[in-house]
Design a protein around this ligand. Sequence first.
Ligand code: SAH
Ligand code: SF4
Ligand code: F3S
Length: 374
Amino acid sequence: MKYYIVTYGCQMNVHESEKIAGILERMGYTCGQSREEADIIVFNTCAIREGAEDRVFGNVGALKKQKKNNKNLIIVVAGCMTQKENTAKHLLKTFPFVDIVIGTFNIAKLEEYIRNVKNGRQLELWAEGEIDESLPYSRSSGENAWVNIMQGCNNFCTYCIVPYVRGREKSRKQEAIISEIKEIIAEGKYKKITLLGQNVNSYGKDLVPAVSFANLLKEICKLQGDFTVSFMTSHPKDLTDELIDTIASEAKVDKYIHLPAQSGDNRILKLMNRRYTREHYLSIINKIRAKIPNCRITSDFIVGFPTETEDEFMRTYSLVEEVKFDGIFAFMYSPREGTVASKMEGQVEEKIKHERVNKLLALEKRIQKEEGKA
Ligand code: SAH
Ligand code: SF4
Ligand code: F3S
């Protein structure tokens, strides 16, 4: 019996697919090379932008024929899209041949669902629960091992769906993380460990007693072995001097920070609820560059946020020009149902969003060329 997993979205989802693979392998399935030869197909979905959701709808729809020819094929939809009530309902209505829809908090029940599949469609969503730490991972990212250090997000940036589909921030206990990393090192095949969280800088604030992310990094660096540690994503509002000093002083920590700015304009940053200003963002960049001379810095930007004027967009442009990042991702704002920004007046025309994103990407290309980074 073979499985095939299609993953969309962020690294966290990539890692979650390793967990899904672990569950399936424990049940006796092996990894298939294509959808066509699979006995079970899992879509691990992302809800961050409309485009991501459209791709899922297209790809699930394309399985109709395969399912018709093979009644025993099991089709599962998991991940962030399933946590949105309207999207999940729409999915079920559009694709009656999907067997299992499972929310992000209930992956542990996948095995039970698969065993019960004869009983018809299985749906389990929204119930926020404990993440089961005993689930096996089947790691498949080469020399890199992903390690989740926290789940959820408390920030509620006004454009973002993540807090709604991933629940509130919850840090894993430091001991659990350290023991997972010890096992990874002992396996001997991983050179890099990447710590994952939507906002790693707030790691440990909810633990009793509270610990800092910098402290976790230091503890990891004490472990014996030939490895480097990386992490993502950092939120500028919570990035501390202690963390910058730790990255600078710990040889095992990769000199790399992904620090999404989202906008270079203070009015837009405020509307986005990012809770920092352009000036504060630039002061962090200066600090990083002063203390960690070769540090690579990358960023994310959203263009066409509701009410964004051309001048305000140009302040994002000038920020990118000023900082000369080692790479940026630029996204056109995509309204997400249920978020504050989706209800704001002054939604920006698609045509203008396209123009702005292209302009920003052209600038990025020019900078990479000039700096010899490309
Ligand atoms: N937790 C991370 C980001 C997770 S989402 C952080 O706070 O930076 C990854 C990126 O997707 C974000 O940085 C943002 O640039 C983009 N994004 C999120 N919601 C979006 C939306 N509604 N439309 C367009 N881009 C979005
Ligand atoms: Fe979304 Fe903001 Fe949380 Fe990042 S910090 S996941 S952008 S709400
Ligand atoms: Fe997408 Fe969910 Fe990640 S919405 S970006 S897969 S947390």
